[in-house]
Design a protein around this ligand. Structure first.
Ligand code: GAP
Length: 512
């Protein structure tokens, strides 16, 4: 999929009420977005699927909802005040600011693209007899590009791990990376930039306190670890899940809702015995990948990407990447966070955050596996994968969102064939009977064909058309979004037909 398709997806999201630029009538606010009438339904369904997969399917995972404002020392203890930085670099000609690490990553991705194109070309040329592994190991152009990429990758990983900002700049210079806007290589030094938003709590007369908008929801879980463990009588291993807003003053705010300054996370911290963390890390990796793949967009759209640079708190970390229109990108992070956070909060708060393990007959600070997924990125990956432009017979095209039925904003559209003869009333009767179970939409404007297109565009899995025959025999035509096939069914059967496909329970059963 290309950047071109991405642009279409962005305008589709606006045109059909999924996502709007925040404060649009004031020319917008960079990297902040609002979800519209369709977007909020899709987003709520994504959140419900995640929440239920955590707290319904796992007896030992419970949820909380902690506040966005927290005591400022929490961010000192978590390392965010000192280490939650991105390396930034400015181009002196365009005056544009970039993340140095992203510039280098994009450069490496371009080399990967070159290699893959070379391989694809050869695969086409040689057909069935093509041996890809052999080709990658022997073709001189592939080998040369691979060597170049590996060298940059090694230097890059070391520079990140050492926090060596001069070396990051040197890689940009050596790779001759130019600013996409000015086209020049006139770069400033690389500097660190803290991503937390700060504000003040209390009036200045009382001595206001500097507080932060939380950059992750995880810390709200850590500081409530003992509250939940004790009041819920939780036994290790157990998890705490939370969905909520997070805020980061991102330097490079691009790619629509992929990188936002205000976004939402779905995080789960799983507390385990020290020494058992890597086994649980592997288990949660598998569980989370299964959740993603259950949506049916194709297994080839996902991959794991192990981190080159481990965050200050982790002893293992991987990303689940999804093939966005602009390449494979991180949607979820899975981290083995050791006992870093709990131990640090013990130190800074002076309170014990230990667990007495009755089986081992001793107390310890638990280790933590974290799964952390961005709601907005999940939303973007879902819409991108679902978006399709299809050629129809007669040269017409239709734009359809092939959303998993359980996530679709509207489950059923009820359409009277004409606006008279009692058909609208019959349509309303059907909605009145079904509205308690399914989000329905009534539409009587324009031709049936146009109305089908509108429902395709928002991903409605079922359209029901009420015609004159419906008044006589209580049957309607049901039309299926993906196949566009239609069949005549009794109104009394609608609920069963729809429930089977749109049920969140059935989706959960595929992973539970
Ligand atoms: N508690 C760990 C943590 O916050 P992270 O990798 O920084 O880890 C987790 O973030 C997830 O949050 C990411 O995989 C991504 O989906 C989402 N995310 C992070 N920054 C984001 C941003 N600026 N805009 C949208 N989503 C973001």
């Amino acid at each position: 999929m290309s950047e071109d398709v991405f642009k279409k997806i962005v305008s589709h999201c606006k045109e059909y009420g999924f996502v709007f630029q925040s404060s649009e009538i004031y020319d917008g606010l960079s990297a902040v977005y609002d979800y519209g009438q369709m977007g909020v339904e899709l987003k709520n369904n994504i959140k419900k699927y995640w929440w239920d997969s955590m707290v319904l399917l796992n007896e030992n995972v419970v949820g909380i909802d902690s506040a966005i404002f927290m005591h400022p020392t929490i961010w000192k203890a978590s390392g965010h005040v000192d280490a939650f930085n991105d390396p930034l670099i400015d181009n002196k000609d365009s005056k544009k600011r970039y993340r140095a690490d992203v510039l280098i990553e994009e450069y490496m991705a371009k080399i990967d693209d070159k290699i893959n194109k070379e391989v694809e070309k050869a695969a086409k040329k040689f057909g069935d007899s093509f041996d890809e592994t052999m080709y990658r190991q022997t073709n001189p152009r592939v080998l040369e590009n691979q060597k170049k990429r590996d060298e940059v990758h090694t230097r890059f990983a070391k520079a990140l791990n050492d926090g060596n900002l001069d070396e990051l700049r040197q890689i940009i210079i050596d790779c001759e990376i130019a600013d996409p806007i000015s086209g020049t290589r006139n770069w400033t030094d690389v500097r660190q930039f803290n991503l937390m938003f700060a504000t003040e709590m209390g009036s200045t007369a009382d001595g206001a306190m500097k507080v932060y908008l939380r950059p992750e929801t995880a810390q709200g879980i850590f500081v409530n670890f003992l509250n939940v463990q004790k009041t819920g009588r939780m036994k290790i291993p157990f998890g705490i899940a939370q969905i909520g807003k997070a805020f980061r003053n991102e330097i490079v705010a691009r790619q629509f809702i992929f990188r936002m300054r205000e976004f939402e996370q779905m995080e789960m911290q799983f507390f385990v015995r020290p020494g058992e963390e890597l086994g649980w890390f592997a288990k949660w990796k598998e569980t989370r990948m299964k959740w993603h793949k259950s949506l049916g967009f194709g297994d080839n759209k996902y991959r794991f990407h192990d981190h080159d640079k481990l965050a200050h708190y982790a002893n293992a970390a991987t990303d689940i990447e999804f093939e966005m229109p602009f390449g494979f990108k991180e949607v979820e992070g899975i981290h083995s966070r050791t006992d870093f956070d709990l131990s640090s909060h013990e130190k800074f708060s002076g309170k014990k955050l230990q667990y007495f393990d009755p089986e081992l007959n001793k107390s310890y600070t638990p280790y933590v596996i974290e799964t952390s997924i961005g709601v907005d990125r999940m939303f973007l990956s879902t819409v991108s994968a679902a978006y399709a432009e299809e050629e129809l017979e007669g040269g017409e095209t239709r734009v359809v969102l092939k959303l998993p039925a359980a996530l679709a904003p509207i489950k059923l559209a009820v359409l009277p064939l004409v606006k008279k003869d009692g058909l609208p009333e019959k349509a309303r009767e059907i909605i009145d009977a079904l509205k308690f179970d399914f989000k329905c939409q009534y539409d009587e404007k324009d031709s049936i064909g146009k109305r089908y297109r509108r429902q395709d565009a928002i991903g409605t899995p079922y359209c029901v058309t009420v015609d004159h025959q419906s008044l006589e025999d209580n049957t309607v035509t049901i039309r299926y979004r993906d196949t566009m096939q239609q069949e005549r069914v009794a109104i009394g059967r609608l609920s069963d037909i729809i429930a089977d496909k749109v049920s969140m329970k059935n989706l959960l059963k595929t992973i539970g």
